[in-house]
Write a protein that binds this ligand. Structure first.
Ligand SMILES: *Cc1c(COP(=O)(O)O)cnc(C)c1O
Length: 429
C-alpha cells in the first residue's frame, strides 16, 4: 500500500524494507501458461503483441466473454433480464458482441447511445440513464425510441416537448434514489443526498406529473452501488429495491413493465478478495421473480452489470522499457501506466492503493529466482504505478508485463492525453 500524493508531488521516501506481496495471478485458467508463456485465445502473448503492432494494449478474450456472459444469462431465473452497462467498456466491437448475448444495453450518454445503436442493439432494449442529460440528448433518446431513466423533475417537461415535436412516445422509467445504500460497495450511488435519481419521497409527485404530461411510463430503475463482493448485501439491496418499487407502483400512471433492480456485482481485484457468491445472488433474484409474478404482474426484472461481465476477460499488456535500481529498489519502467489504466494505478476511486494481479508474460528461466520489483509507467508522477513490490522473474527491457482483471474501466476510464503519449489499442482475440 502506498500513501497517495497529489499529482506532481515529490514521491514519499523509499521504505527501507518494501512489503512483499505474492505474484497474485487471477483466473490463470482463462490465460493459461503454455511453454512458459501467458496465452490468450490460444496464442502466446508475444505473438499477439506482434499482431497488434505496438504496446501497450488491452486484449479481451471473446471465448471467455461468451462463456461467462451466456453462462450467467442461462443461470438467471425466468423473468429476469440481463443488461450490459456499457460504460464499463464501450469498445464498439465488444458492444456488438454483447448486444447479441444480453437482453439489453444500458447507456449513459448520447455518445454511448450511438455506439449501442451502431452495434445493432434494438432500441426497444436500450435504456439511457445519467444525472445531467442535455436537452439534445433527451430528444435523441425519444427519436431513437429507447427507454429514458428520468433522474430529475427537470427532464419531464423537456421530454413532453420532445414527444410532441417528434410525434413519438417518450418511453420513461423513473430512477429512484433509495433511502438506503448498498453496504460494502466500492462506489456508493444511493442513500442520503445523491446526484443520481430522484429521492424516493419525491417520486409520487413526479409520477403524477409524468401522467399529466402523458409520457409513456414503463417502470423504475434503482441503483444502490458498485463493486460489491458481499452476496448477502446485494440480495438485501435487491429485495429493498423491489419493496420500494412495489410501494411506488401504487402512484404510477401505468402498470410497471420493467423494474431495474440495479447491479453492483463485484470482481475480485486485490489479494485476499473472494469472488462473489453468484449462486446466492441468483437465488435472491429467483425469489423476487416469483414475487413479481403475483405482486407486479407483467413486470420484467432487470439486472444491469458492467464490470462483472467484462473485467475478468480482459488483460492490459505493457512492455518493459527500462529496469532501474534506485537505492536497492528495482523499478520496471514500462510504456504503459496511469494514463491508460487509471484503475490499476489506484487512482479510480480507491481509498488505498493495492495491486491488481500483475505478472510477467513469461516464466522465470531455469534457476532464476524471483525478485521484488515495482512496476511503474513513463509519467512524471509518483501516482504512475502499476504494481508495488511484487515478486516477478527478473525482467529485462522488451519483456511484457500483464495486468489481469482489466476488461472494465480501462482505456475509456483513463486520462490518455495526460503527458502526450500515444493512445493504446484494444483488441478482441
Ligand atoms: C456504472 C453503472 C453501472 C455499472 O457498474 P459496474 O460496477 O461496472 O457493474 C450500472 N448501472 C449504473 C446506473 C451505473 O451508473
Amino acid at each position: 500500500m502506498t500513501t497517495q500524493t497529489p499529482l506532481g508531488a515529490t514521491p514519499p521516501a523509499a521504505p527501507t524494507s518494501a512489503p512483499r506481496q505474492a505474484d497474485h495471478r487471477a483466473r490463470p485458467s482463462s490465460f493459461p501458461r503454455v511453454n512458459g508463456q501467458v496465452h490468450i485465445g490460444g496464442q502466446p502473448l508475444q505473438r499477439l503483441a506482434a499482431r497488434v503492432g505496438s504496446t501497450p494494449f488491452y486484449a479481451l478474450d471473446r471465448t471467455c466473454l461468451h462463456q461467462h456472459v451466456a453462462g450467467l444469462r442461462a443461470r438467471l431465473p425466468a423473468g429476469v433480464l440481463l443488461h450490459y452497462a456499457m460504460k464499463a467498456n464501450p469498445m464498439p466491437a465488444l458492444v456488438g458482441l454483447m448486444a447479441g448475448w444480453v437482453d439489453g444495453i444500458d447507456v449513459a450518454s448520447a455518445g454511448e447511445l450511438q455506439v449501442a445503436l451502431d452495434a445493432g442493439a434494438a432500441p426497444a432494449h436500450i435504456s439511457f440513464a445519467g444525472p445531467g442529460k442535455r436537452e439534445a440528448e433527451l430528444r435523441q433518446a425519444v427519436a431513437a425510441g429507447v427507454l429514458l431513466n428520468i433522474e430529475s423533475e427537470r427532464e419531464v417537461p423537456l421530454l413532453a416537448a420532445a414527444q410532441q415535436q417528434l410525434g413519438l412516445p417518450a418511453r420513461v422509467a423513473v430512477r429512484v434514489n433509495p433511502p438506503f445504500e448498498l453496504k460494502g460497495s466500492g462506489m456508493r450511488m444511493g442513500g442520503g443526498g445523491r446526484p443520481f435519481g430522484v429521492d424516493a419521497e419525491r417520486v409520487p409527485a413526479l409520477l403524477a406529473e409524468i401522467g399529466r404530461q402523458g409520457l409513456a411510463f414503463e417502470g423504475f430503475h434503482l441503483y444502490a452501488g458498485s463493486q460489491n463482493l458481499n452476496a448477502a448485501a446485494l440480495v438485501e439491496a435487491q429485495r429493498a429495491c423491489f419493496d420500494l418499487a412495489l410501494t411506488l407502483a401504487a402512484s404510477a400512471p401505468a402498470p410497471v413493465r420493467s423494474l431495474n433492480v440495479g447491479g453492483g456485482w463485484g470482481v475480485p481485484y486485490f489479494p485476499g478478495e473472494q469472488p462473489l457468491d453468484e449462486a446466492a445472488v441468483i437465488a435472491g433474484l429467483a425469489n423476487l421473480a416469483q414475487r413479481a409474478a403475483t405482486e407486479l404482474p407483467g413486470a420484467a426484472l432487470v439486472v444491469e452489470l458492467g464490470r462483472y461481465l467484462v473485467a475478468e476477460a480482459g488483460i492490459y499488456v505493457a512492455r518493459v522499457l527500462d529496469r532501474k535500481v534506485s537505492r536497492g529498489q528495482v523499478f520496471l519502467v514500462t510504456d504503459g501506466g496511469l494514463h491508460q489504466h487509471l484503475a490499476a494505478s489506484g487512482n479510480f476511486g480507491q481509498v488505498f492503493r493495492r495491486n491488481y494481479p500483475v505478472a510477467l508474460a513469461r516464466d522465470a528461466a531455469a534457476g532464476e529466482a524471483l525478485e521484488t520489483v515495482s512496476v511503474v509507467g513513463p509519467l512524471c508522477t509518483p501516482l504512475d504505478r502499476l504494481a508495488d513490490s511484487v515478486d516477478l522473474p527478473p525482467a529485462q527491457p522488451g519483456d511484457l508485463v500483464v495486468v489481469f482483471q482489466s476488461g472494465a474501466y480501462g482505456a475509456s476510464a483513463s486520462p490518455q492525453d495526460f503527458l502526450g503519449h500515444p493512445h493504446c489499442a484494444q483488441v478482441l482475440v
